[in-house]
Structures are given as C-alpha cells and as structure tokens.
Design a protein around this ligand. Structure first.
Ligand SMILES: C[S@@+](CC[C@H](N)C(=O)[O-])C[C@H]1O[C@@H](n2cnc3c(N)ncnc32)[C@H](O)[C@@H]1O
Length: 248
C-alpha cells in the first residue's frame, strides 16, 4: 500500500515573517539562472509550474516574463500570502510528494533549496515522480539543493531579527551524523499584547549522487548539475549550492 504522506506545514507559523523579510537576495541572484537555464528554452506563454512556491514572489517574477504560472506549496499560510503577491497565478495547497493538478506543463522548477525540506530519498522519489507526471514529454525541470558545506556554515548559527513590533530569534544546528539541519525559531509579535510562537524548520542534506540516481529512477533524463557560483551567483546565497536540470 502507498505510504501516507503527512503534508509539511512547518512554514505556517513562519509565513508572515518570511513574506516580509526572506529571499530578496536569493531571488535577485537566482532569477537570472532560472531564466538562462530554464525559461530561455520555452516559448512565450508556456505553462510553468513552481513546486514549493512559498509566498509567490519568485512565481510572480516568472509570470511577468510572459509565462502562464501555477504554484503548489504544502503550507496554507505561505499560499495565503502567495495569493496576495501573485493574484493571477493558479495556486494550490499541496505537498510536492503527492499532488495531482490534472494537467501538464512545459517546464517546472523548485527554487531556494525547497526540496532540502523533503526528509528522505523516498520522499524525493515521490516528488520527482509527481513533477514528471505533470510535465510534457522532454520538458525541463530545474531545482537547487544545498550541499553539506552550506549546512556547516549557515546551519550552525544563532541569529535575530528585531523590529518594533516583532522579534525573531533563530537557533540553528546541523547534525553531520543524521545530516539534518534544525532551525528552532522563537517569534514575538505584537498584536495588542506580545504573543510568543515557537516552531522548528528542518532541512536534510541529501547526497547529490543519490539525488541524481533518484531523478533517473523517477524517469528523468539528461541530468546536468551546475554549481551556483559557476552559474553566476556571486553572493552568499550561491555558496555550496547545486542546481539540477533534468528533462522529463
Ligand atoms: C525556503 S522556502 C522557498 C519558497 C519559495 N520557493 C521561494 O523561493 O521563496 C521553502 C518552501 O517549501 C515549502 N515546502 C517544504 N516542504 C514541502 C513539501 N513537501 N511540499 C510542498 N512544499 C513544501 C515550504 O512550505 C516553503 O514554502
């Protein structure tokens, strides 16, 4: 019997802060790569799927290049912001490992290490199979994953974001035995009173040879890996990041 997937809703309590503060530097650096490796291969108006689209700013940026966009994300709170940021995009709350939109796309992508949130290769296999089912024959799929050096550098820190009406404290630990990075966050937000929320977001450091094997097992071909720095991401976001491009 197929394994039952529990949708990953870890981003729900993070969505408001994410929407306000996260991803600007990443988007600025990653967008030209997505444009060059993926969008430049497509006809204007092609249908493109954003897998794990989050709060939708990247999706909207792609839409503005003349594509017909759809996006899925397993966090209903992230999708609620995406509906505001990308009102013309077809959006659905759905897990990457078990979605069915009933249509096919000319391309798909999943950016900002979203698939590091899938905790095991079995889950990646399910996600790749789902994405492939939604692609036309020979259509490209692009995604990026952090490598272990990125976990060691970025996932072993303590950080804070302080505003007048909100404070976020992040405590991050990467365990090189389990290869899991945990970011424990405590947020204080002022409504009438200060309200405290504690939540955790996890990423898994996947072995990239195994990821490539899993892509092929799920039916993808022509897998090419690009180091983000070599592909043009010169800033911090490009450190120890790999883009995978494959065709369905
Ligand atoms: C780092 S954010 C990136 C969001 C967006 N791609 C961006 O560039 O801003 C990771 C996103 O992946 C989503 N996510 C994590 N696991 C998921 C899963 N199994 N299925 C669908 N979405 C997932 C989270 O809810 C979150 O919105």
């Amino acid at each position: 019997m197929a394994k039952r997937i529990t949708p990953n809703s870890e981003y729900d309590p993070f969505a408001r802060i994410y929407n306000r503060h996260w991803g600007v530097a990443y988007r600025t650096e990653a967008f030209p790569i997505v444009q060059r490796l993926l969008l430049s291969r497509l006809k204007e108006g092609s249908a493109v799927l954003d897998v794990c689209c989050g709060t939708g700013q990247f999706t909207e940026q792609v839409r503005q290049q003349g594509f017909e966009m759809a996006g899925i994300d397993s966090s209903s709170e992230m999708i609620a912001f995406a509906r505001q940021n990308a009102p013309e995009v077809n959006l659905a709350v759905a897990d990457a490992r078990s979605f069915a939109l009933g249509r096919k796309f000319a391309a798909a992508y999943s950016v900002f290490e979203s698939l590091n949130h899938v905790p095991d290769l079995e889950g990646l296999h399910l996600a790749f199979r789902c994405v492939r089912k939604h692609l036309k024959r020979g259509a490209p799929f692009l995604f990026d994953l952090n490598r272990e050096e990125a976990f060691i550098l970025y996932w072993n820190t303590i950080d804070a974001l302080v505003e007048d009406e909100s404070v976020l404290v992040l405590r991050m630990d990467y365990d090189d035995q389990t290869r899991v990075g945990e970011c424990r966050m405590t947020a204080f937000e002022k409504d009438r009173n200060w309200v405290r929320k504690d939540f955790t977001i996890r990423q898994t450091c996947h072995d990239h040879d195994e990821v490539e094997g899993t892509l092929r097992d799920a039916g993808f071909n022509d897998v090419t890996r690009y180091d983000a720095r070599d592909a043009g991401m010169a800033g911090d976001a490009g450190y120890a990041r790999t883009f995978f491009l494959a065709t369905g």
